[in-house]
Design a protein around this ligand. Sequence first.
Ligand code: PGA
Length: 252
Amino acid sequence: MTMSASLRLLVVDTDQFGAAAADAVLRRLPAHRPRLGVATGDTPIPLYRELARRHACGQIDLRTALLIALDEYVGLGPDDPDSYATYVRTLVAAPLGIGTENIVIADGLAPDPDLEAANLDTRIEALGGVDVQIAGIGSNGHLAFNEPGSAWESGTRVVQLSEQTRQDNARFFGTVADVPHRAITQGLGTISRARSIVLLAAGTAKSAALTAAVSGPIDPHVPASMLQRHPAVTVIADRAAAAGLSLRGEHR
Ligand code: PGA
């Protein structure tokens, strides 16, 4: 089993997941006006809780950080409780004392979603790019909403969500019928320009995808395998997600 030399893998117990992720993110985040790429979903919640805890006890100050979101559902506006804008505002920004003016996210209600997507790429570039990108992985190997088959150089764009992804995310919506069919996602090319990436994976459902992504061939059918091409990636996995990996390199 091969693993990219530049990819650092930490396997941690569930109760250490948030702290290990927070350490990995903070280690690479510049002190001055950091640009933090934020993922949504369940997996990063322990990380955001840990950052909030450290903020509350004065250990860190991220109030000047820019939060740049990976994706948003087309059709859900910033006030929709299921939008990623609501997630970033309530679960990341507010607990860290970061104002909403410092959140960069596509508007799911933009009248022209394609233009909105292209504008997001331009904005990210104008801001100087992302210092540390937090990412999750889909059970189908997707990275952000770059579903299998996405081009390595893809920019931010409107995508159709796969049925697997809609099923996986139905838990946030009640029924799968309520899950939007389209999203605006940063492209694999966009994500690859982040200076460093911290990929988080937890639970048995991610094991096959994580194994394929970090130790299988670099293959567009496993979009997260793009991480093997990036020079500065840290993967934090719990023991269930890492079960399929033969552990080499740094882990604990
Ligand atoms: P999850 O989503 O953290 O909610 O499992 C990850 C993803 O789909 O990228």
